[in-house]
Design a protein around this ligand. Sequence first.
Ligand SMILES: [Zn+2]
Length: 385
Amino acid sequence: MLSFLKKYLFPLLFGCSSITAQATIMFNPIYDDVNNNTGIGFDDPTIVGPNGLTLGQQRQDTLQGVFKYINTVINENGTFNLEVGSLSTSSPSTPSNSDNIIAGQPPLVYSSLSMDNTPTNDILAQGGANYLIQNGFNNSFPSIHITTGDNPCGEGNSLCPGVPSDVTIPDATIQFNFDQNWNSSLDAPAFDQYDLFTVALHEIAHDLGFDSFISETGASIYADQYGINAYTTYDSHLVLGDGTPLIPLINSAGIFDVSPSALTSNNVFFSGEHANAANGGNPIQVYAPSTWEQGSSLVHLNNPSDLMYYLIYPGTEKRTFSDVDLGILQDLGYNLHSANNGGNGGDNGSGGQTPPSNVPEPSSLALFLLGSIFIYSRRNLYSVI
Ligand SMILES: [Zn+2]
């Protein structure tokens, strides 16, 4: 318990964002490596720059650069508590109890690619947001916290009762595999280096909502274990090539009813007002390869030049969202600084947040409200290409 408390002691970043009228998301990174004195990753003491700049600090500075960039495009005032770690050192967080089922999304992985462009089994990084798992379409904790200001697991919030007031539960987690060859600075990556800025931005985008609860069978990944037909807001925008929405195809038993073959058809698209506007009026093809790849299928775009492609090549930097990415973020409920995706989005001040179309079924709702279980899990790593 002591280590848990120590790990999540609030990083004292209060109170520096309310001076100007400019909307600013307050990012609170929680560095596992630093809190656990691992000496690696974001705590690496190797001197890499003037004035004693350490590699660990340089990596933290680069993450700050990512946060700064996000604040130039997303126009929101909320907060994002982000746990940041190394793949080998981070352990899942385990809050004590709750009346609700809160689960960490199984890791969404970002694969590395060898120099001859052969996919490897090495995971470069992974991200996962936390959710309150309910029937219907769910928003990630980062999305809720950023767009509404409500901390889903904050003090006094009923979603996570029992959490001590001086403990910060992360909204999401990102982890990096520092056994790989990284460019940790803001300089351009060398030909054989993965770009930390690019990979961090990609993973954070997953945490913001580029995320799916659809399993290989088409059922929710939470259906078997908990009997909850939970999907993400992102899932609510997925359609087949003929425009048929995936998720509304739920049968009378409340079970997702799309042929699993549709999920491996190379024929799945994200369709939303702003995303489509940024794509010439057309839905955007998502990654739906002929072999299902848990943690990669559906949650990536099929365009190799896009930040949200499922692979990254060494020597590549993609340090901005594409217009399509921004359109998707807008369709997921974020206000942007500029309406660059057609439509009337951006600064309309209407709150942008599209209420999730929850379709709770009383029986299962009661089941998990009465169950007094708190599940906050991260699954084992998936092996992907
Ligand atoms: Zn990814």
